[in-house]
Design a protein around this ligand. Structure first.
Ligand SMILES: Cc1cc2nc3c(=O)[nH]c(=O)nc-3n(C[C@H](O)[C@H](O)[C@H](O)COP(=O)(O)OP(=O)(O)OC[C@H]3O[C@@H](n4cnc5c(N)ncnc54)[C@H](O)[C@@H]3O)c2cc1C
Length: 468
């Protein structure tokens, strides 16, 4: 290699793990294919030591680093900008599950393990790692922690931060922080673990983590509820919490328009009701008790919901395949939406008590400003997390609609802010929302975030242009 920096990289990790030219293609474009950046090289270290050596080299040569896991992120955090100065540092070769400690109820995994691999390793030991996302076959545990990922089981088990006890991190100076502690209590000063979780590669590189495990549920019970309104969905959530407490694992809201799109674009997916309703909730209970217990609990919720007119109809899954079919409706929404055309997406969090008012206000404002625009509203209602997406009016071409993105974001995000919400519930900031957060974070918050960034990464080499 003629480039001195790349030659030194090749000496550290082997020339075949230093990719250049066309070999970099799969690493430069984001998942939704909205942006393709340029990079000096893609580096694929095989161990924490190699990650540290590469970071030291990057520091010496002042080369910016974009850490990358499965590249499934949705906010342009894992791809480089178009300057061509940065290297992409892929963690995909760090894919060992280092340890399962059955007594401590923990699993130690390297950052490049896919989420699915971690789930499987836990299951092989009769335990559950409960983080669950539609991208779990491709996303990495390092990326999950770097974005503090959420998903469909947060209601019961919490998000990635709450599932992590310890981290191993290569700092922006190329030192290794050995923080792989499997402790549930550790009040020895500032919590560095929490600083790196959710930092989207802007402070250091996560190379391994100690993760919490749980009992594998003996049974799951799933039901689809047909409802007249979001307000009824919130009443159903209160009822389910009261009756099922910790067994309530999933509570997903889907508007009828979402499911119309799913049926239109996937012939195998069918709504199991004789008529249509404005809203649906997919509810899942899981329990370590025998199956009959979960089914009885869900039936009690369903009966009460019908008696009190909270729900108009309910379908209970009586087999695993039926349960999968119900989840299939939820899991196909994103793809159905993509098949329908481009749209303007918002991943927002709200206090659960404000969701009804938020949707009424934001829908009305958007219809006033952009008559006929179509709302694709779904999400993890039990966590107060909505995917509040806006599609062009039928007949309007997507490209002309997308030119309105800034005005649409303003309406949605201002409303979210008004109700005390967050403009990024689970996907992060990346490059996409970096300017946007400046409008909604206070000066004090931004000053503290910038001070942390400067303290840990004074040369601004860790994923520059992302987060802050
Ligand atoms: C179909 C689909 C469904 C999804 N559903 C959900 C969902 O329900 N909930 C949710 O939260 N997200 C969801 N996502 C978003 C995405 O899958 C998650 O954000 C995931 O956690 C990203 O993991 P990754 O390995 O692909 O990270 P990448 O995309 O590679 O990187 C994401 C960010 O983390 C940084 N990073 C990656 N690895 C490391 C590391 N080892 N150390 C430091 N920084 C690192 C990158 O620089 C980047 O800023 C979904 C995405 C898709 C495509």
């Amino acid at each position: 290699m003629s480039d001195e920096f790349l030659s030194q990289c090749a000496q550290r990790i082997g020339a075949r793990h230093v990719l250049t030219g066309d070999d970099m293609a799969g690493y430069l474009t984001d998942w939704r294919r909205r942006f393709t950046g340029r990079a000096r090289a893609v580096l694929r270290p095989g161990s924490t030591k190699e990650v540290a050596m590469l970071v030291q080299l990057c520091v010496a040569h002042r080369v910016p680093i974009v850490p990358q896991g499965g590249n499934t992120g949705l906010v342009l955090g894992s791809v480089p900008d178009d300057s061509g100065h940065a290297v992409v540092l892929s963690l995909s070769r760090l894919h060992r599950v280092r340890e399962v400690d059955a007594i401590n109820n923990t699993l130690t995994a390297e950052a490049g393990c896919t989420l699915h691999q971690v789930q499987q390793a836990a299951e092989a030991h009769g335990r559950l790692f409960p983080l669950s996302l539609a991208s779990e076959g491709s996303c990495s545990i390092g990326g999950n922690l770097a974005t503090n990922a959420g998903g469909t089981a947060v209601l019961r088990y919490g998000n990635a931060r709450e599932l992590t006890l310890g981290l191993e991190v290569v700092t922006a100076q190329g030192d290794v922080w050995h923080g792989l502690r499997g402790l549930r209590k550790d009040n020895t000063g500032y919590d560095l673990r929490d600083l790196f979780i959710g930092s989207e590669g802007s402070l250091g590189i996560i190379t391994a983590a100690v993760l919490k495990l749980f009992a594998l549920p003996a049974a799951r019970a799933t039901a689809l509820f047909a409802l007249a309104s979001v307000s009824d969905a919130l009443n159903l959530l209160s009822l389910a919490r009261t009756r099922c407490d910790a067994n309530l694992t999933g509570f997903e809201l889907m508007s009828d328009f979402c499911l119309q799109l799913v049926e239109r674009h996937f012939s195998t997916q069918r709504l199991p009701f004789a008529q249509r309703y404005p809203q649906y909730v997919l509810m899942e209970l899981s329990t370590t008790e025998p199956e009959a217990h979960a089914i009885a609990q869900l039936e009690a919720v369903a009966s009460r919901a019908i008696e009190t007119s909270i729900a108009h109809d309910v379908i209970m899954a009586t087999s695993l395949s039926q349960s999968k079919a119900l989840w299939g409706l939820r899991e196909h929404i994103s793809e159905a939406q993509a098949s329908e055309g481009k749209n303007i997406k918002h991943d927002v969090a709200l206090p659960i008590s404000a969701i009804q008012n938020f949707i009424v206000d934001a829908d009305a404002e958007l219809q006033h400003a952009f008559p006929g625009c179509r709302m694709v509203t779904f999400g993890h209602l039990g966590d107060g997390n909505l995917h509040y997406n806006v599609s062009a009016p039928a007949g309007q071409d997507d490209e002309s609609f997308l030119t309105q993105q800034e005005a649409i974001n303003r309406i949605v995000h201002d409303r979210v802010h008004h109700y005390g919400g967050s403009i990024s519930a689970e996907h992060g900031i990346g490059a996409l929302k970096r300017q946007e957060i400046l409008r909604y974070k206070t000066e004090t918050e931004m000053a503290m975030m910038i001070a942390i960034k400067r303290a840990l990464d004074p040369l601004n080499l860790m994923n520059p242009g992302k987060v802050v």
